[in-house]
Ligand binder design. Sequence first.
Ligand SMILES: NC(=O)c1ccc[n+]([C@@H]2O[C@H](COP(=O)([O-])OP(=O)(O)OC[C@H]3O[C@@H](n4cnc5c(N)ncnc54)[C@H](O)[C@@H]3O)[C@@H](O)[C@H]2O)c1
Length: 319
Amino acid sequence: MTRSILVTGGAGFIGSHLVDRLLAEGRWRITVVDDLNDFYSPEIKHANIAQHLKRPEYKFVEADIRDADAMANVFSDEKFDVIAHLAARAGVRPSLSEPKLYAETNINGTLNLLELCREHGIKQFVFGSSSSVYGINEKVPFAEDDRIHQPISPYAATKAAGELICHTYSHLYDIRCICLRFFTVYGARQRPDLAIHKFARLITEGKPIQVFGDGSSRRDYTYIDDIIDGVRAAIDYDGSIYEVFNLGESETTELGELISLLERSLEMNAIIDRQPMQPGDVPATYADISKARRLLGYDPQTKIADGIPKFVDWFRTTV
Ligand SMILES: NC(=O)c1ccc[n+]([C@@H]2O[C@H](COP(=O)([O-])OP(=O)(O)OC[C@H]3O[C@@H](n4cnc5c(N)ncnc54)[C@H](O)[C@@H]3O)[C@@H](O)[C@H]2O)c1
């Protein structure tokens, strides 16, 4: 049976990969809403959707999730079975200079969509949250029931708020909301502002890369295919009405080690420009993924040592 899904942010990095997966399954009608904003080059987003636009079961709507009227039209045109809400202002550091834009997009935009789910009786809502909600959690690995009341960037606060409003709508209106806390995602089409992509670009251009702190900060880097497995499982999840899941690789890599992996794959040396730690940055992220394993069958496959060469293959042929 064909099902209908709305993917917000479907021209972006993670959203466009989700669309690839759904198109490959051949049993979805897919609507994408994306405003193609210039947080990074809209040309990249156009390229991300170029193949999708050729498919009859795919519809693209250029619209802003903050625009309640435009969103109402999208929901009137199609009865969705499920929403995969991935549109957001992403990125920790830029949120410090534009906190209102982040709040309007990530909180009000999310609220607009939940209101429309209520109005139209849509019962499944998957929300792209972030590991940044854990803030400076000292307990590792991070587990879903750790406290998230101490975010240290506007971005993190808006994602925590998104999870809270999801809870409210699940409780009041019986909309199953599944919040997925993504841990630094990388792979083909990765956002150009994110470390792996940015470093690869600068190393190949022979320019210095800024390394904040002493290189010992650690991240749980998650390969895009593994993230999409988790999102896909959440779309079908039929357990309790509100759930939060970590989606990470559950392994941490020091920044210095990440740079070495990139150097090896690119066969070039990085020029390091050491800088102090940035406000809003967390020293470490590390996902406990036992809950996602148990309830979503999530089973990440790609270790960073294998994922970086795959990323570099894509980077070399595309960028
Ligand atoms: N990439 C990561 O490592 C990561 C980590 C944690 C959480 N996330 C979350 O996952 C989601 C997808 O992230 P991504 O890395 O693919 O980012 P992305 O910027 O590539 O994709 C987001 C898409 O949303 C669109 N968008 C932004 N504001 C919009 C608006 N007001 N109306 C309509 N469309 C809008 C953008 O144009 C973009 O195409 C985001 O919610 C992000 O916060 C990503």
